[in-house]
Design a protein around this ligand. Structure first.
Ligand code: 5GP
Length: 123
């Protein structure tokens, strides 16, 4: 899948749309989700153009991958959820219900999140 530069996270990265920023460095931008599903719900996106986790893990440099995941950890620290705990989620593709085609990791926390997923049968 080709990267679509009109996606909403690309527009946030270009400064065309606002975001409530939590953290930023050379590799990543982290901001609060516009429609939070938990008391703490933030998104961390790489600065490079990657459609999904699949694209990012296959195409990004080792430096970009390390920088991105260090930024995820730093974002969680800044959100104050390390001691209480948190959950990461990277929706990927259709079955993953990915809506925005720019790789992103969700950080959820601020309350007990329950088990990871309701059991679902194979399609
Ligand atoms: P996905 O299903 O792609 O993993 O989730 C995309 C997430 O992006 C959703 O949780 C949605 O609320 C969030 N989102 C979509 N548009 C915007 C926006 O313009 N600003 C922010 N901060 N979050 C957005």
């Amino acid at each position: 899948m080709a990267y679509d530069r009109s996606n909403v996270f690309a527009r946030i990265l270009r400064g065309e749309l606002p975001c409530n920023r939590v953290y930023e460095d050379d590799y990543a931008l982290a901001f609060h989700d516009i429609n939070p599903l938990a008391p703490v719900h933030a998104l961390v996106i790489p600065k490079g153009e990657y459609v999904s986790m699949d694209d990012f893990s296959a195409e990004a440099s080792a430096e970009a991958i390390a920088g991105f995941f260090r930024a995820v950890g730093e974002t969680a620290r800044r959100l104050g959820v390390v001691e209480s705990g948190y959950r990461l989620l990277a929706n990927t593709g259709a079955d993953g219900n990915q809506e925005v085609p720019h790789f992103h990791v969700h950080i959820f926390g601020g309350a007990p999140l329950g088990r990871m997923l309701k059991k679902i049968e194979r399609h």
